[in-house]
Design a protein around this ligand. Structure first.
Ligand SMILES: *Cc1c(COP(=O)(O)O)cnc(C)c1O
Length: 354
């Protein structure tokens, strides 16, 4: 730390991303990326278009991508704002609507606390039920901004669309932010509600279901008036927030519906195989609607299991928070990665029993 940093910077704890190791090849199941490559059509197309125009600034409105997203969801372009990953979208939304106070579950995406601290928003952490589900009634009539990841981060558990709607409806004077990073792997999507409610902000990303984590593209869908607020924040912070190459990639990716559907289906099928395999090894598995699974061994603690797996070349995520420290979070990989993981876990458990 330098002696020049302001108090705020001296006191914040930045987000600690999952490991992105460069030392050796791991079976990498720790940061919820998609194991399948991005749409080949999208990758091929960027060489022709975007790369020739790099001397020019990117389109500050990301017009083409915005309209492709609007088409995909059957909303208007004025309901969409594109961002540099959805972390940026969350930051803009917290900046715009967080100073009136925020509330979200005690176990959820760790980045919320980081952004809230940065913008000095007060936070009420609402405890999940014992089974890690969200008690929707605790979010009615909050008098502050509600933030929910759906499916929830770390647990993978999904709230129904009806529950989301009840939360939005009972907070007419406040904003409800739904972070849908994993929604494509689940059953419900809140985007359809934005036509009915002007207090709902739905944040989405290309990082998970569309295999573009490295391209950094996210988007917000909301009532026109809210998109206007958020664009004011964006244009006061970083007008050219999405670069032209990523924008071209994401435009092709969202237009390649067939590839998207196929890779999401593969992940969902592998999630079942992983769940069954873990259950057979006596793991307690939370019911996941996401591309990861939280699982607890009846024999080995989360921290130890994380270490043992890493030694054997598999990276998973372990969180030290008290309520989930017995668990490991496993990203759903390819079918091959999943069977390798299950084999390695079975060996670890056998050695432990000797
Ligand atoms: C991965 C993730 C994000 C961030 O995604 P980016 O678009 O890559 O910034 C946001 N919210 C949740 C819950 C996530 O898991």
């Amino acid at each position: 730390m330098s002696r020049f940093a302001c108090d705020l910077i001296n006191n914040i704890s930045p987000y600690v991303p999952g490991e992105q190791p460069r030392d050796k090849r791991y079976i990498k199941l720790n940061t919820n990326e998609n194991p399948y490559y991005a749409s080949p059509k999208a990758v091929k197309s960027i060489t022709e278009a975007a790369l020739n125009n790099l001397n020019r600034y990117s389109d500050p409105e990301s017009t083409e991508l915005t309209s492709a997203i609007a088409n995909f969801y059957g909303v208007n372009s004025e309901n969409v704002m594109v961002t540099n990953g959805s972390d940026e979208a969350l930051a803009f939304a917290f900046f715009a609507y967080g100073t009136r106070g925020l509330c979200y579950p005690d176990i959820t995406y760790g980045f919320y606390d980081v952004i809230a601290n940065l913008f000095d928003c007060s936070v009420e952490h609402i405890a999940l039920n014992d089974d890690f589900s969200i008690d929707e009634t605790q979010y009615y009539n909050k008098g502050k901004t509600v933030v929910l990841a759906n499916p929830n981060a770390q647990t993978g558990i999904e709230l129904s669309l009806d529950a989301i709607e009840r939360i939005v409806k009972t907070n007419p004077e406040n904003i409800v932010i739904i972070d849908q990073a994993y929604a494509d792997f689940g059953k419900c999507n809140a985007i359809e509600l934005i036509k009915k409610y002007n207090n709902l902000v739905v944040v989405n990303t290309f990082s998970k279901s569309r295999s573009l984590a490295g391209a950094r593209v996210g988007y917000t869908i909301a009532d026109k008036s809210l998109i206007e607020d958020l664009k004011k924040v964006k244009n006061s912070f970083h007008p050219y927030n999405v670069n032209s190459v990523s924008s071209a990639l994401a435009t092709c990716a969202i237009n390649d519906k067939e590839y998207f559907t196929q890779s999401v289906e593969k992940v969902k099928r592998t999630r079942c195989i992983l769940t069954e395999g873990l259950t057979a090894l006596n793991f307690m598995v939370l019911p996941s609607a996401a591309n990861f699974i939280m699982a607890k061994s009846s024999e080995i603690g989360g921290g130890e299991l994380y270490k043992l797996l890493k030694e054997k070349g598999v990276l998973v995520r372990h969180f030290k928070d008290e309520r989930i420290r017995d668990y490991i979070r496993i990203t759903v990989g390819t079918y091959e990665e999943t069977s390798q993981l299950l084999q390695i876990l079975s060996n670890i458990l056998k050695e432990k029993r000797l």
